[in-house]
Design a protein around this ligand. Structure first.
Ligand SMILES: [Zn+2]
Length: 74
């Protein structure tokens, strides 16, 4: 994932960014929410029309999760 403070690629685990030592719990929350929405979209797509729509559901759900989580944090 990417650090929202310095923009570098950082591992998902751990409490702070290894580069700038900023607390990354907000970034983790954002990625986790994107992942959850992505999975939800995939399952929903699968239920509607199988594998092809499931892929689109994962994509749309992930985007939606990112947008939703970045709106809740100011
Ligand atoms: Zn950083």
């Amino acid at each position: 994932m990417r650090c929202s403070n310095c923009g570098k690629d950082i591992p998902f685990t751990g409490k702070v960014c290894p580069w700038c030592h900023t607390d990354k719990s907000g970034d983790q929350q954002k990625y986790a929410l994107g992942f959850v929405f992505g999975m939800g979209g995939g399952v929903l797509g699968w239920a509607i029309h199988g594998f092809g729509i499931a892929l689109i559901g994962v994509f749309v759900g992930t985007i939606f999760g990112f947008v939703a989580s970045s709106r809740t944090q100011s």
